[in-house]
Design a protein around this ligand. Structure first.
Ligand code: ADP
Ligand code: MG
Length: 602
């Protein structure tokens, strides 16, 4: 269906690209422009009336109508009339008028009467970037079965949605949308969104297409990989064998063992080269150490600002920070980004560009520790393949508790006991400097107390230039680390068993979960204390009961019901009006099948 220039302009104003997107902009109400023979009090209705008199007061106009269809007088009242409204009423004219009719002891009045020209039908009213009547005409021009069928929507969905734009009496009488209509709108919303996403995906020829092997690597490990780790490695193995370059996001909770997947991918790519980028020097170092340990036969290089290597040509696996972006890099068949949510889009694009001269592209894998609901992962799979790792290799044993001022003494006892056991404590404050508006201490206010009463107290925050060094020093020598949420960065602190989060109610559940994920990473018993001045918080109470990051992501949705969560993975930050991520998995599945998004990935 070819749009006219005018229609295109209107689409632009509405911010839509297709007729199925137009169909989603349903009316917000209907007006019944059919002429009734009987007067229905307390209803918007139409009269066929002659204007008998018009009386102007300073702030209103009163019009006497004779309504022929009822054989009755009706007084029309316009409050604060705009100039154009006055011209609608001329004594002696007979026209159709529409408005709310009320009757009291035989006297009927119509408030805000309006002249109507197209009568005899139920007319939808639209609230959109276009005026309702313009939108009305646009929908009449474009919304029909054939046009929607051309966009390959299922018949049932088309019928349900058209019924909302071309209402029958039934639609008018139902005060709420029917179950079927809501389902159809969910379908349509997902269909439009996922179709857009899938159109954005570009397919490239890979530099190398091959079947890689990981058995020897897996057998050499001191532990067994979890089912989900293995499944993810197999996903990647299949990706590498395809004739298009892989584009996959691996989402796994903190501690779910993503590094093993990274290493397996590098092994499968051998003898071709792989590159891995990490957001911090510490993390790059850690990955480098692990790669050296588990991949003894590979030649591995570390690239950070501090470590310069003359040539990288001879290495199989190059691991580094964003310092990589400023280096001359040799061609690599696989590019990976760890903790991708910590990089800006710009940095990620830079990396991709840097290594993809020519037509062919390297396989691209991103790793993220921000859990997303399974449904969202399915939706996003329209433009990027997604693997989820929802379990951790060993069960973390973390006691989570909401605490208040009155619990402070007990907290101190707990901290002392942990320090005696050579364990470490992290205390997270909401701010660095004192603030008037916040009734929690800042780091500046609290540090004196901790430094006076404890030894080996380390302090850092997000803007601290030395923070990486402070974290390293703390790891080796510290008892207590005072910080803002900066420690979110994936550095491993094996002796950290307790995290205290001050003003916990101010943070999102995902952030709380990330912080909690820092403790008990090596199987030690862990503790997470949420310190709050609030008497009670249902959100925090539910948080302490849940340990899975994927459940937390769902909880977050429940409490926020917004697109915030989408930010990391979906840069457009689009919001769904009808779809519910927790409940609508089946509809997502159906849309995926209908859009033929499934066969490509498996
Ligand atoms: P993350 O997903 O947060 O990057 P890591 O890859 O750092 O997690 O793994 C966390 C810890 O779990 C590491 O010490 C790692 O060696 C260990 N690990 C990974 N997989 C397994 C497994 N299958 N069994 C036992 N320990 C594992
Ligand atoms: Mg990791």
């Amino acid at each position: 269906m070819q749009l006219t220039k005018e229609q295109e302009a209107k689409f632009k104003k509405l911010g839509i690209n297709s007729i199925s997107e137009l169909a989603l902009l349903i009316p917000h109400s209907y007006e019944d422009y059919r002429l009734q023979e009987k007067l229905i009090p307390h209803a918007n209705q139409l009269i066929d009336a002659t204007v008998e008199s018009v009386y102007r007061a300073p702030n209103s106009i009163q019009i006497t109508f004779f309504a022929h269809n009822f054989g009755h007088r009706v007084t029309g009242v316009l409050f604060r009339p705009k100039p154009y409204m006055m011209h609608q009423f001329k004594v002696g004219d007979r026209d159709y008028y529409y408005g709310m009719i009320e009757c009291k002891i035989g006297n009927c009045s119509m408030s805000m009467p309006r002249k109507v020209t197209s009568i005899g039908q139920i007319t939808p009213k639209y609230k959109s970037a276009l005026r309702s009547d313009v939108m009305f005409r646009l929908t009449r021009e474009l919304l029909n079965f054939e046009n929607l069928r051309e966009e390959r929507l299922p018949e049932k969905i088309i019928e349900e949605v058209l019924a909302l734009h071309f209402p029958t009496l039934e639609v008018l009488q139902n005060r709420e949308l029917s179950q079927e209509a809501v389902e159809a709108l969910k379908y349509l919303e997902l269909y439009n969104y996922m179709k857009q996403l899938s159109l954005k995906r570009r397919y490239f020829q890979p530099l190398v297409s091959k079947r890689g092997f990981y058995d020897a690597f897996v057998n050499s490990l001191p532990f067994q990989l979890t089912d989900e780790q293995l499944k993810t490695i197999q996903d990647i193995q299949k990706d590498f064998a395809k004739s298009v370059a892989a584009k996959r996001m691996i989402v796994g909770d903190v501690g779910s063992g993503k590094t093993m997947v990274i290493l397996a991918a590098a092994i499968m790519m051998m003898p071709q080269r792989s590159i891995l980028m990490a957001p911090t020097t510490i993390l790059a170092n850690q990955l480098y150490e692990e790669a050296l340990k588990y991949l003894p036969r590979m030649k591995i290089a570390l690239v950070t600002n501090k470590r310069k290597k003359a040539s990288l040509e001879e290495y199989d696996f190059i691991i580094g920070t964003h310092a990589l972006l400023y280096r001359e890099l040799p061609e690599a068949a696989l590019v990976m980004v760890d903790e991708q949510h910590r990089f800006g889009t710009q940095q990620r694009n830079m990396l991709e560009k840097l290594i993809s001269k020519g037509e062919k592209k390297p396989h691209f894998l991103q790793f993220s520790a921000t859990p997303i609901p399974r449904t969202l992962a399915m939706i996003e799979s329209a433009h990027i393949d997604v693997s989820l790792i929802t379990s951790t290799p060993y069960k973390k044993d973390i006691d989570s508790r909401v605490i208040h001022k009155s619990d402070f003494k007990d907290l101190l006892l707990h901290i002392k006991r942990e320090i005696e056991k050579k364990n470490q404590i992290l205390i997270v404050y909401p701010l660095v400097e004192q603030s008037e508006v916040l009734d929690y201490q800042s780091i500046d206010e609290a540090r004196e107390y901790w430094e006076r009463n404890f030894k080996n107290v380390y302090i850092t925050h997000g803007k601290d230039k030395e923070k990486e060094q402070v974290l390293l020093d703390f790891r080796d020598n510290g008892d207590i680390l005072i910080s803002t949420t900066v420690v979110e960065v994936g550095i491993s602190l094996p002796r950290l068993t307790t995290v205290v989060i001050v003003g916990a109610e101010r943070l999102g559940l995902s952030t709380l979960h990330q912080l909690r994920g820092r403790v008990s990473r090596t199987g030690l018993k862990g503790y997470c204390f949420l310190y709050t001045n609030q008497k009670s918080s249902e959100r925090l109470d539910e948080f302490v009961k849940t340990s899975s990051g994927f459940d937390i992501a769902n909880l977050d949705l429940k409490y926020r019901k917004s697109g915030d969560l989408l930010k990391g993975i979906n840069q457009s930050g689009s919001q769904f009006k009808w779809v519910d991520f927790i409940e609508d998995t089946q509809i997502v599945q159906k849309v995926k099948e209908d859009l033929l998004l499934l066969p490509k990935s498996d």
